[in-house]
Design a binder for this molecule. Structure first.
Ligand code: ADE
Length: 353
């Protein structure tokens, strides 16, 4: 059985002992003996949804220095929050972040609730994030299961069922492991173990505090877990974007609708994106008549649900050229601070050099 190795210590005790020696120092994490700030815990957990620790660090520091409290974030204009978020991806998170800050500041006197159910009622907080905040910010016993935890648990118990079908079984096993004492440290220890030792490729089993009870390691196949159902390939989508550059360096842009992919962000105009070959008649869709040139190669960007090959057409137009309806000229000096997605930053880098 995995829950009582020869040392007599539970996996939770082994893991907490390891955490006391090897815990990562992260910008949002309280140091030993410090009381966690729920605002910082919440902000980090929203930023860390589908985003790596490394990518989040700078954004987190920027947000807490601009808006040190939930009240200050709530009072900021949404456009400013979107601009600060630009580049992190999954932009609905930024809108929900701002809505959530407004509710906590307005209805909860600036204090985050500690119960999972109350946290889940807030915008942008799902089951995982509610559990993580309850555990990390309030030291409530909560079962925190993300991809790291799924990997650790599926290896520890050698779960043969494949993901995603195995999720309920893995969750039940994780529940059984979660201690009553130090649940916040336990959750963070699982994250650290998954990120630094129990990695997807070439796990460092020689340094693992759970090596003794780990059943996948005993079977010589830690890397083979979690089992995964192969998923169907996602077809490449293609489209064209048009970069019109005015003689003074201004670029023609528009703002995407608030809902949906890259919602509310600024972009250069373009065609719709479809699976299959590039649009046959993009000339019919140019925003302005001009001498358009096609830049090569297209910009490749991988979204969660599909890769995109976006062809970039560029034209230089005279100073007095009016912006078509729904578009505006963005002065060259404002391009750096505008809320472009990573995709459109790549486009501009190609087109503007
Ligand atoms: N991934 C999600 N939440 C995290 C956290 N609090 N620390 C490290 N990695 C995480």
């Amino acid at each position: 059985m995995a829950d009582r190795p020869a040392s007599g210590q539970t996996p939770a005790a082994l893991l907490l002992g390891w955490y006391d020696r090897h815990r990562r120092v992260l910008p949002w994490r309280a140091l030993p003996g410090e009381t966690p700030d729920p605002y910082r815990v919440w902000l980090s957990e929203i930023m860390l949804q589908q985003t790596t620790v490394q990518a989040v660090g700078g954004y987190f520091r920027d947000f807490v220095s601009r808006w040190p409290t939930v009240g200050e974030l709530a009072a900021a204009p949404i456009e400013e929050v979107m601009r600060a978020w630009a580049g992190l991806g999954y932009y609905s998170r930024a809108r929900n972040l701002h809505r959530c800050a407004g509710i906590v500041a307005g209805d909860h006197a600036g204090r985050f609730p500690a119960e999972e159910a109350a946290l889940r009622a807030l915008p942008g907080i799902g089951a995982y994030t509610a559990a993580a905040i309850a555990a990390i910010a309030f030291d409530r016993r909560a079962v925190v299961v993300d991809g790291n935890v799924e990997r650790v648990v599926s290896r520890l118990f050698r779960v043969e069922q494949a993901l995603p079908a195995a999720k309920p079984a893995i969750r039940a096993l994780a529940d059984g492991l979660t201690p009553d004492g130090r649940p916040g440290d336990f959750a963070q220890a699982m994250m650290d173990l998954g990120a630094t030792v129990c990695t997807p490729r070439r796990p460092a089993c020689g340094s693992c505090p759970l090596a003794a009870p780990c059943q996948a390691r005993a079977a010589g196949d830690a890397e083979g877990f979690p089992r995964k159902t192969p998923r169907a390939g996602r077809p490449v989508r293609t489209g064209v974007t048009f970069v019109a550059i005015r003689a003074d360096g201004a670029v023609l842009v528009r703002t995407r609708p608030p809902k949906g992919l890259l919602g509310g962000l600024v972009e250069t105009p373009g065609t719709a994106w479809h699976a299959g070959p590039p649009p046959a008649e993009p000339l019919a869709e140019v925003p302005l008549p001009a001498a358009w040139e096609v830049l090569d190669p297209p910009v490749r960007h991988v979204f969660t649900h599909f890769p995109l090959d976006l062809a970039v057409w560029r034209a230089h137009v005279p100073k007095g050229t009016p912006a078509p309806p729904g578009h505006r000229w963005l002065p060259a000096a404002e391009i750096g601070a505008e809320a472009f997605s990573t995709l459109h930053r790549k486009v501009l880098r190609l087109a503007l050099g």
